[in-house]
Design a protein around this ligand. Structure first.
Ligand code: TYC
Length: 140
């Protein structure tokens, strides 16, 4: 037998309503008084109530930005947006023209790791094709 101390918490009917899993509270029915002899006088009103709260933190979002330049062909920018940001031809063309006219545009918002990977993919692809296309990220 493990020497784990058992905490006995009397449960009222009201408390028992919180024993649903989606509330994050579990109540184990205690038909024994915890000493293992089942001879207690708690009449099943004693159990162990454990409350767990799940804290799933959302990652800080980062925007990937595309920058305009005078030399990268429009078709190449559209290809990058389709290939690395999964845009269709229409969305990619709209973003490319926005960048062309305004100087900068948002390709998407991601976790830091994903945003960094996408920036590297665009920059590597541009370099391989001898285009000066620049891509960067910023906290969203
Ligand atoms: N300005 C470029 C041209 O006229 C096109 C271009 C668009 C380049 C978007 C970069 O991020 C960019 N060929």
């Amino acid at each position: 037998m493990a020497l784990t101390p058992k905490i006995l918490v009397p449960m009222t009917m009201t408390e028992r309503r919180y024993s649903r899993a989606e509330d994050g509270i579990r109540a184990e029915d205690g038909n024994s008084d915890g000493n293992g002899d089942s001879g207690g006088n708690d009449r099943g009103n004693v159990g162990i109530a454990t409350k767990t709260r799940s804290r799933t933190k959302q990652p800080t979002p980062y925007r990937v930005l595309m920058l305009n330049d005078d030399y990268t062909p429009m078709e190449f920018v559209v290809l990058c947006l389709q290939r690395f940001f999964r845009m269709d031809m229409e969305a990619a063309t709209r973003v490319m023209l926005h960048v062309h006219q305004k100087g900068v545009g948002v390709c998407g918002t991601f976790s830091y790791e994903v945003a960094e990977t996408k920036v590297s993919q665009v920059m590597d692809f541009a370099q391989q094709n001898q285009h000066p296309l620049q891509c960067t990220l910023e906290k969203a």
